[in-house]
Design a protein around this ligand. Structure first.
Ligand SMILES: Nc1ncnc2c1ncn2[C@@H]1O[C@H](COP(=O)(O)OP(=O)(O)OP(=O)(O)O)[C@@H](O)[C@H]1O
Length: 388
């Protein structure tokens, strides 16, 4: 089916239950979109391609431009430059209500005087969907968001997580092409965030809806996303699957933003496109090459779970497949349930290693070698020294 036939078919029966047709829709293409506030860029000229049916997350610190980009996709903000296409149609100047999108925000924005069922039904009524079809659709949504038995309750009689489920059901009732979610779990406590996060993902998959999700929480982004874009200062600085970004950060910012990491400064000796040799202290280390690196000053980023502890001494044999990165002294040992966190001092560089808690624990003051598998070292450019 071509896109235009898909659109015509959909137009003929905009009430088809999501997921039933198996049709993938909701491709979003952002081309050179930019926006300034009072001459200050909030979003630098940006390209982004969100595939139909994908769960895509914009992840970044506060003020990095995530909401600005989401609001442009929603049609709540007009970009100063560039174009936006949904399923091949240019919607850059199309009003929000004609873009066929659903929203869920952090504050649930439910109508307090309407019940759960009435909240979900509201948009369908506005669109004049016939009564019987409407009732069936509401029942289907109540089921989808697992609120069976809550249809007659008012928002004030629901928990935060339940209210957010209603908001999801309401957004999906109209079978939108794209679901936009702006920190929808932000107001919930940690446990509920995890539980509802998994539900959001299930609901997105079952309804076969493209989702663009905004968060500053790296763990949430990892749980939910097929792919994600890390934003900084109004730019998407890296795009990829959670695993790609975690293992192969392009720069120091992405490496540090996506979880704990150990950073060892070094200098680039050689690079052949796929691997690079880096001098760290007295050791030559093989790392994955990074095409984004321009100069010789580099940093090796190694996650705590990727480091292995070995016997001390530069001359001590190293187990096959591992390379010696540095010598270190253990400064702290902490049992954290699922892992044992070991803190070390490697000639002035503070670092940490995660060990299996079932393995024998080393002691504070022990001298060890830090070992690593060459493929697990990510190379990033050293940031320039701040100007005095
Ligand atoms: N209405 C506005 N007027 C002027 N500047 C604005 C306005 N809205 C946002 N900005 C600025 O634009 C930049 C991007 O803001 P945006 O809300 O997109 O960031 P964000 O990554 O979503 O942040 P948060 O996670 O805190 O919501 C910020 O520097 C912000 O201060």
């Amino acid at each position: 089916m071509t896109l235009s036939t898909a659109r015509r078919t959909r137009g003929a029966d905009a009430t088809t239950a999501p997921g039933l047709s198996g049709e993938r829709r909701g491709e979003v293409v952002v081309s050179d979109i930019g926006l300034d506030y009072n001459g200050v860029p909030a979003l630098a000229d940006t390209d982004l391609h969100v595939h139909a049916g994908e769960f895509f997350t914009l992840l970044g610190p506060s003020g990095s431009g995530k909401t600005t980009l989401l609001r442009i996709i929603a049609g709540l903000l007009d970009p100063a430059r560039g174009t936006l296409h949904i399923d091949g149609t240019d919607v850059t100047r199309t009003p929000t209500q004609k873009r066929d999108i659903g929203f869920v925000f952090q504050n649930y924005a439910l109508f307090p005087h309407l019940t759960v069922a009435e909240n979900i039904e509201y948009g369908l009524k506005v669109r004049k969907m016939p009564g019987a079809k409407r009732a069936a659709r509401v029942a289907e949504m109540v089921d989808l968001v697992a609120l069976g038995g809550f249809g007659d309750r008012y928002p004030a009689q629901l928990s935060g997580g339940q209210q957010q489920r209603v908001a999801l059901g309401r957004a999906l009732a109209q079978n939108p092409r794209v679901l936009l979610l702006d920190e929808p779990l932000g107001a919930l406590d940690r446990g509920l965030r995890e539980e509802l996060g998994a539900e959001v993902r299930r609901i997105q998959q079952e309804s076969n809806t493209t989702a663009v999700y905004v968060t500053h929480d790296q763990e949430e982004a990892f749980i939910l996303s097929d792919r994600m874009g890390v934003m900084r200062d109004g730019r998407i600085c890296q795009l990829g699957t959670p695993e790609q970004l975690y293992r192969e950060p392009k720069d120091l910012f992405v490496a540090k933003f996506l979880g704990k990491t150990n950073l060892f400064p070094g200098s680039l000796v050689s690079s052949d496109g796929s691997t690079a040799t880096v001098r760290v202290g007295d050791h030559d280390l093989v790392a994955r090459a990074n095409p984004a690196i321009m100069g010789d000053d580099v940093v090796c980023s190694v996650r705590p779970e990727q480091l292995v502890l070995g016997a001390a001494g530069a001359a001590t044999p190293v187990p096959a497949g591992l390379t010696r990165l540095a010598g270190a002294v253990i400064t702290e040992v902490r049992f954290l349930g699922q892992r044992r966190s070991i803190h070390l001092d490697a000639s002035g560089i503070a670092c940490s290693v995660d060990l299996d808690p079932a393995a024998p624990a080393p002691a504070v003051g022990d001298h060890v070698s830090l070992l690593v598998r060459p493929g697990e070292v990510a190379l990033v450019a050293a940031e320039p020294e701040p100007k005095a």
